[in-house]
Design a protein around this ligand. Structure first.
Ligand code: BES
Ligand code: ZN
Ligand code: ZN
Length: 481
């Protein structure tokens, strides 16, 4: 990814120079390491337009002359220079089409701030042009910094790894469901893994049946595109512990026989983002050479209605022998996750984390931007803290005992959905998964809302797949070393 270049601060030479404005009382442009002429030009510009320095204020000013620059883009960060403010500010600038695709950023502060700046700028520079006849080409982002070259390598590498992972997650979520069906997904995984110290093992529909994965087989049986279970392993020699990751990979969720309404169904192409995030967390761990073993189980299926589809009332047997009465075929995520969780327990890991676009109830409870985290208190807390550090919104949620009652079945060990009450739907789904994670230390992250942005772009978050969750997982894994 040749997407960043350190530039000569005397001659940044890009079309638009992006700088931060700090302070709402006496707004000040952070013009670190620029030539006196450019620094003066940019300060004068901020004064002339009376930039308010508030977080979220982006103003673009023509800047004829100095160092080949044509425009200044001035972004406010509020009163404090924090990693979060810097990530958001550069992100929103580069996401804005008016700032253009030939940009240099002026980065004040230490390596931590630089890291956040690069993350934000890269995340903001994402453009999904796969289906456009007019492709977008973003020039390498110029970086003006006072940090000496030898200290740049580490933050640059980490930012690039995180950005590549987020871009791949976004691409997977944005790809049309006729192009991203389970086997097509498998082939992408194999091609990405090729250059890395990770192994990929794939179970096809026959193997899944043989291993009694009734959840994955049941959900996948209505589709012409058969389901897969993919195991991706990163096992560094010096690792003392192992984390298992499980991800929901429904490449399209029609609801099945319990069909969803037409409105907004197209967004259900993003119902595989839990698996995309878990996959890219393993790949990122390998690229960052983390000293922790990571194994991911990705449950891939397409949930379709049809003559062979699973029916409401069907009773299926999961790979641990648990029988499940399917009361609603639209609660398919937990069915494929159950089999993948059972496989994860067989690895005997220190902890199991799962991520899924699991419930509409998550969005009702926490809104579109904040993920819900359930499970063992210490795992949940570590995740929420990692999220805070990474600048992502995750919130701890309980699993109250009484909600377990709603999963009782008259005909089988469990039902997959409580069809008599929708209350606490995110938590009921959490209880369902808990059963298959057994007694392992475990947490479940519901990203139904934050994984896919159907509204306007904000910060470094574009329309469509967001890549949310990846930085939290990598931060968690880094702490686990
Ligand atoms: N994929 C959906 C959840 C979802 C909804 C993700 C909105 C993103 C945005 C999931 O498979 C589903 O349909 N869940 C049902 C469960 C219910 C039938 C118990 C839901 O939330 O309505
Ligand atoms: Zn569903
Ligand atoms: Zn789903």
């Amino acid at each position: 990814m040749e997407n960043i270049e350190i530039v000569d601060s005397e001659k940044p030479g890009h079309h638009t120079l992006v700088a931060l404005v700090k302070g709402t009382e006496n707004p000040e442009v952070l013009t670190v390491n620029l030539s006196a002429q450019i620094a003066r030009g940019i300060r004068d510009a901020a004064l002339a337009i009376e930039h308010d320095g508030k977080a979220g204020t982006l103003r673009i000013v023509p800047a004829p002359g100095p160092g080949g620059i044509k425009h200044f883009a001035l972004v406010g960060i509020g009163d404090e220079l924090t990693e979060g403010a810097v990530r958001e500010a550069f992100g929103m600038a580069l996401l804005n089409p008016q700032v253009g695709t030939d940009v240099a950023i002026v980065v004040p502060g230490d390596e931590k701030i630089l890291q956040a700046a690069l993350e934000g700028a890269l995340l903001g520079s994402y453009r999904f042009d796969h289906y456009l006849s007019q492709k977008v080409s973003f020039n390498p982002i110029g970086v003006v910094t006072q940090i000496p070259a030898e200290s740049l390598e580490q933050p640059l590498h980490r930012a690039q790894v995180l950005a590549q992972a987020a871009f791949r997650i976004r691409d997977l979520g944005n790809l049309a469901p006729n192009d991203l069906y389970p086997q097509a997904y498998v082939e992408k995984i194999q091609s990405w893994a090729k250059d890395l110290p990770v192994t990929v093992e794939v179970w096809d529909e026959r193997r899944l049946a043989k291993e009694n994965c009734g959840g994955i087989v049941g959900v996948g049986q209505g589709s012409k595109c058969p389901p897969r279970l993919v195991k991706v392993t990163y096992a560094p020699k010096d690792a003392v512990s192992k984390v298992a990751l499980v991800g929901k990979g429904i490449t399209f969720d029609t609801g099945g026989i319990s069909l969803k309404p037409a409105k907004g169904m197209d967004a259900m192409k993003s119902d595989m983002l839990g698996s995309a995030t878990m996959l890219n967390a393993v790949l990122a761990a390998a690229r960052l050479e983390l000293k922790v073993g990571v194994v991911a189980f990705l449950a891939l299926a397409e949930n379709m209605p049809g003559g062979h589809a699973m029916r409401p009332g069907d009773i299926i047997t999961m790979s641990d022998g648990t029988t499940v009465e399917v009361t609603n075929t639209d609660a398919e995520g937990r069915l494929v996750m159950a089999d993948a969780l059972v496989q994860a327990t067989k690895e005997d890991p220190q902890v199991i984390l799962d991520m899924a676009t699991l419930t509409g109830a998550q969005i009702v409870a926490l809104g579109t931007r904040t993920a819900g985290v359930m499970g063992d208190e210490d795992v949940r807390t570590a995740l929420v803290e990692a999220a805070q550090e990474a600048g992502e919104l995750m919130w701890p949620m309980p699993l109250p005992d009484h909600l377990k009652e709603g999963l009782k079945s008259h005909f089988a060990d469990m039902v997959n959905a409580n069809v008599t009450s929708r209350e606490g739907g995110m938590l009921s789904a959490g209880w369902f998964l808990r059963h298959f994670a057994k007694d392992f230390p475990w947490a479940h992250i519901d990203i139904a809302g934050p994984s896919y942005n159907e509204g306007s772009p904000w910060g470094y978050t574009p329309r469509g797949a967001t890549g949310m969750g990846l930085r939290t997982l990598v931060t968690y894994l880094e702490h686990f070393e």
